[in-house]
Design a protein around this ligand. Sequence first.
Ligand SMILES: Cc1cc2nc3c(=O)[nH]c(=O)nc-3n(C[C@H](O)[C@H](O)[C@H](O)COP(=O)(O)OP(=O)(O)OC[C@H]3O[C@@H](n4cnc5c(N)ncnc54)[C@H](O)[C@@H]3O)c2cc1C
Length: 456
Amino acid sequence: MRRPEGPGKTWVRFYPLVLAIVIFPLVFWARDGLYFDSVYIVLYNFARAGGLIGLLLMFVQFSISERIPFLERGIGLDRLYQVHVRIGIVAGVLILLHALVLILQELVSSGLISLYFSKTLGIVAFLALPAAVLPAVGRRRFRLSYESWKWLHRLMYIVFPIGWFHSFLLGTTVNSYPAVRTFWIVLGAAFALLMLRKLLRSLGIRRRPWFVEAVDNRSEMVTGLRLRLPEQREWDHLPGQFVFLKLETQPGSRRFLEAHPFTVSSAPGSEQLELNIARAGDFTNALSSFPSGGSALVEGPYGRFSYRIHPAESYLFLAGGIGITPFLSMIRSAAESGSRQPMHLLWSVRNDESLFALEDLENAAASVPFDYQIFLTREGSADSGQAGDGACPGKKHLGRIDRACLEDLLEKKQELDPKRTAAFICGPEPMMNDLSEILRQIGFSRRRIITEQFSL
Ligand SMILES: Cc1cc2nc3c(=O)[nH]c(=O)nc-3n(C[C@H](O)[C@H](O)[C@H](O)COP(=O)(O)OP(=O)(O)OC[C@H]3O[C@@H](n4cnc5c(N)ncnc54)[C@H](O)[C@@H]3O)c2cc1C
């Protein structure tokens, strides 16, 4: 049996790959870059190294954002995007320092900047970089909508090739060593291939649109979407995985809105894809007034938040609000396959009105060893427990999922022994952090706690 995999392992898998790419040209740079004769020389050489590493890291960024299955499989797209943000900050800072140091040094030594083609390319990339990177890092501070910052961030598709040409024509290390020059050509070719792959993938997805069969209000805050598979198309996903969805602006317009990620709520093998979507912003608020009958583009599936990827003897599912969606798919899948592995779900919601999937839970509970409890954080009709029933008696409670409830649950349900159980958490970030911490305290090892964040 494969062991569940916690977040710790992901770094071990990805960063050596990044290091291997970066170290190769640095070995050559070190031959003439490690001189410490004066502050001027040191700054100059480190600015050169910054340019080399920055550009290579930018390339890594493209490999991440292209959602290559080989990379995604080991780590999961949500974590890969967290890595993307961190690497992006390092790459941006290195390239800005590279340009600033070299420009300032030239200004100090000769009083002006000589401009010629290869250098002008570098300056153009340097000037465009903040416009592409800053909105991605400080989106909330700049109050940019997701769509606007994404468009600005796409400037990177121009910045990288310009930066590549600049270093190819002017870079000292690149031009001094045939091995590094060859490496740079391979890098340029790999970027071109990534762009070609992107184009072909997007054409392929556009050629086979899904049909929007139904759009309905599942609760005041949640819209349900049912999509029908295009003909002659096979679809397979693991329970718990998500897709990127693009909806047609108007039925028949063939123009599509920006892609948004949503978890599939239906079980694998179903002819329809069910998505449950909570109101969070422009797109999700407008969704309930979308007409059915239009087309949708679906890309995926992605993600590693599935009990099939992290098998264990039993499962503890902790959901907050709309974070129930991956569990709906897992529970339905278990019910359809007749699984006998115990599953227990704790679902935390605001109030009774938020319980849009209660019927699905009850249906599942009737056919598999599955049980659930509801936690109402604001208000609602809770069960009244009896003295001696423990911290969280009955099916419905007022309050949050806390340590006392979890300890109580584990005491009553021996099958949820932390040594044999995989705990999955999906919900708002503070809730996931708190619950991960509590689970660690009550005996779950890191690798038995699997989380999914609903933001990339
Ligand atoms: C792996 C994953 C699975 C998800 N599954 C579900 C689900 O099953 N049901 C559900 O209701 N929500 C889900 N979400 C969240 C959902 O994608 C966002 O709520 C939605 O995209 C918000 O779009 P908006 O324009 O309405 O809101 P906005 O106000 O534009 O965005 C609100 C927040 O959502 C995120 N977001 C917005 N657009 C995108 C985008 N195109 N790509 C990535 N993140 C974006 C950003 O963090 C943003 O701050 C999931 C997110 C992820 C990453």
